[in-house]
Design a binder for this molecule. Structure first.
Ligand SMILES: [Zn+2]
Length: 302
């Protein structure tokens, strides 16, 4: 239990006397190294009581949304969101992922060491204690996602390449990642195919994305690699058998993105490898492709 004069700390501590907030009318002003900076309205405090909001959820919310420069004001209408955010961090794995994303968000550049104080920053990562936060740091280090000096009360965390890769995957896989990268041949003869693919992807609620290149270009610009990295999954139509399509699909697979393969039935003979193992969609024409692709996305991605 924390020993300080923060009223929110006292309020959140188990077994606290019920009168810790006696005399506090209107907003409860919080300015605490553990709880963060907030102004909590009276009706919000009632709702927090009624909903039995956990301290991890409440402090995690304040620490993640507020800052020393701009205290966050919490009203009763914010309480359901606080509960929801807290519940999404109940599992240890969720906390570890959130920790990793936090280090990434605080890294202005690659190689930056992001400092923490175990005794006051543990609510930031939804840990229950400084001890749990220390354990989380060691786990991320042992997974080779970060470099960290953990034998201190003020450790740092520095993402390494594997850590940045995981961050890219987490960002792409999160609800924010609605993009689908389409790897396919270009040219007028493929326009109807592209329209069918784009329609199927959009119908399932994702955003089709492709990079228009000069026909027959064998260059894979960095932009394409970055676009694939930002995508939730890849649709690769190998009809026409452009090298770039195979390369882009392989890059997506290497990043752990699901890849949905497709090929026009009368074009399969020329495929560069035995594609049967990938569960290829074989289609007769664009409407057939749209229908099969929609089913496939619903089954594999959503
Ligand atoms: Zn406090």
């Amino acid at each position: 239990m924390e020993q300080n004069d923060c009223r929110l700390c006292a309020y959140l501590a188990k077994g606290a006397p019920s009168n810790v907030l006696d005399g506090v009318m209107g907003d409860l002003l919080v300015d605490c190294s553990i709880c963060g900076h907030a102004a909590i309205s009276e009706d919000a405090r009632d709702a927090i009581d009624d909903e039995r909001v956990s301290r991890e959820a409440l402090r995690g919310y304040i620490r993640n949304k507020g800052s020393a420069k701009k205290p966050i004001r919490i009203e009763a209408k914010d309480v359901p969101e606080i509960v929801r955010e807290g519940e999404s961090r109940l599992e240890v794995l969720d906390k570890l992922e959130h920790f990793l994303l936090l280090v990434a968000a605080r890294s202005k550049q690659g190689g930056e060491a992001v400092g923490f104080s175990l005794s006051s920053d543990y609510p930031l990562v939804y840990a229950r204690s400084a001890k749990e936060m220390g354990w989380m740091l060691r786990e991320l280090r042992d997974e080779s996602l970060i470099v960290s000096e953990t034998a201190t009360a003020k450790p740092y965390a520095r993402l390494n390449t594997k850590g940045w890769e995981r961050v890219a995957a987490l960002r792409a896989a999160s609800g924010a990642g609605r993009r689908c990268f389409v790897a396919m041949a270009f040219g007028d003869e493929y326009r109807a195919t592209w329209e069918a693919i784009a329609r199927a992807i959009a119908l399932v609620g994702f955003e089709p994305h492709r990079v228009d290149l000069k026909p027959h270009s064998e260059l894979i610009p960095m932009k394409i690699l970055a676009d694939i990295r930002r995508s939730r999954f890849v649709v690769a139509d190998i009809t026409g058998h452009r090298n770039g399509v195979y390369f882009e699909a392989g890059f997506g697979m290497g990043l752990g993105r699901p890849v949905i393969w497709a090929c026009r039935r009368n074009n399969l003979r020329r495929a560069h490898f035995d594609v049967k193992q990938y569960g290829m969609i074989l289609y007769n024409d664009p409407p057939d492709l749209a229908e099969k692709l929609e089913d496939s996305i619903r089954a594999q991605i959503t």
